[in-house]
Design a protein around this ligand. Structure first.
Ligand code: NCC
Length: 276
């Protein structure tokens, strides 16, 4: 098969990946009393559009990057899972507009999701790696972690904080874009939070700058900028098809290779800014 160009890839993703969040009217949720805890409108209706946005990966290569000021200069900033800003402002900034968290973070004891102040800044968006299907009922009966139980608890404790759940269809539509553009057969696991968040921001912003998803000259085996743990699989992927995700993002990059080398920075256009 012929390799798609960057603009063609961007068009495929724009056309074939629907960015959606759960709303109270969707089945089977509409039949549950707690459905009223879900935001009534789509996240794309409620927030944005923003001019410029920053996607801050959690990579160890952000350490000593000094990118904090540049990141904070964006109109909106997305961060992932348990990635902190306190104590790391110089390298990652302090603004958090959206925090995208996987269901493991919500459920595991050691993250103290319900009580930690780490999660209280900005808008929360969560996702769960369900089965390869976009059927909500099937997913509801087979989530990887108890995302709904934790969602209800969190909403009761923090009713004022906006909190969305991604429609699992988005994960698999994006996975399909990765698979269809690779020669190899990739593992049937959803894309990483980093790629999901990048595509989410492309639907909310005119320009998206992604930091240290494609590693800079600071590339390191250090997994996260905020932890001492080292494992090259954090950057290259094991469960998530991360290497393939990065290949795709590299092809869509509108910025220079020099920006990647010095800043780990990729520039992607928002979906509203181009026609296909
Ligand atoms: O590590 P994680 O991701 O929270 O990182 C967020 C996103 O940053 C990008 N990244 C991270 C580290 C690195 N060295 N290079 C990178 O490019 C990736 O795009 C990544 O998605 C996840 O995707 O949700 C993930 O979550 C962790 C873990 O659940 C949370 O950190 C909470 O502890 C997963 N780790 C494990 O399950 C052990 C990880 O596989 C993916």
């Amino acid at each position: 098969r012929s390799k798609l160009s960057g603009p063609e890839l961007l068009c495929q993703i724009k056309k074939m990946v629907q960015i959606a969040t759960l709303t109270p009217d969707m089945e089977p949720f509409s039949g549950f009393p707690w459905a009223s805890q879900l935001p009534p409108r789509q996240i794309t209706t409620d927030i944005g559009p923003f001019k410029t946005c920053a996607v801050v990966s959690s990579a160890g290569s952000l350490k000593n990057s000094g990118l904090g000021k540049e990141i904070d200069a964006h109109d909106a900033v997305i961060r992932f899972n348990a990635a902190p800003t306190t104590g790391f402002e110089k390298d990652v900034g302090s603004k958090t507009t959206v925090r995208l968290i996987n269901s493991q973070v919500m459920a595991s004891e050691d993250h103290h999701f319900l009580s930690s102040s780490l999660y209280s800044a900005g808008i929360l968006v969560s996702w769960d790696p369900g089965p390869y299907s976009s059927d909500l009922r099937e997913w509801f009966n087979k989530t990887d972690y108890p995302i709904f139980k934790q969602y209800q608890r969190y909403r009761r404790l923090h009713p004022q904080q906006p909190f969305y759940i991604l429609h699992p269809r988005m994960e698999w539509q994006l996975w399909q874009r990765i698979q269809d553009n690779m020669v190899e057969t990739i593992q049937k696991n959803p894309p990483s939070s980093g790629l999901l968040g990048t595509v989410l921001m492309m639907s909310l912003c005119d320009v998206v700058h992604v930091y240290e998803f494609l590693p800079s000259r600071r590339k390191t085996e250090l997994c996260h900028y905020y932890q001492r743990f080292s494992d090259a699989a954090c950057t290259l992927g094991a469960y998530h098809p991360l290497l393939y995700e990065k290949n795709l993002v590299k092809r869509m990059n509108k910025g220079s290779d020099h920006d990647i080398y010095t800043h780990g920075k990729v520039t992607l256009p928002g979906f509203m800014t181009f026609n296909c």
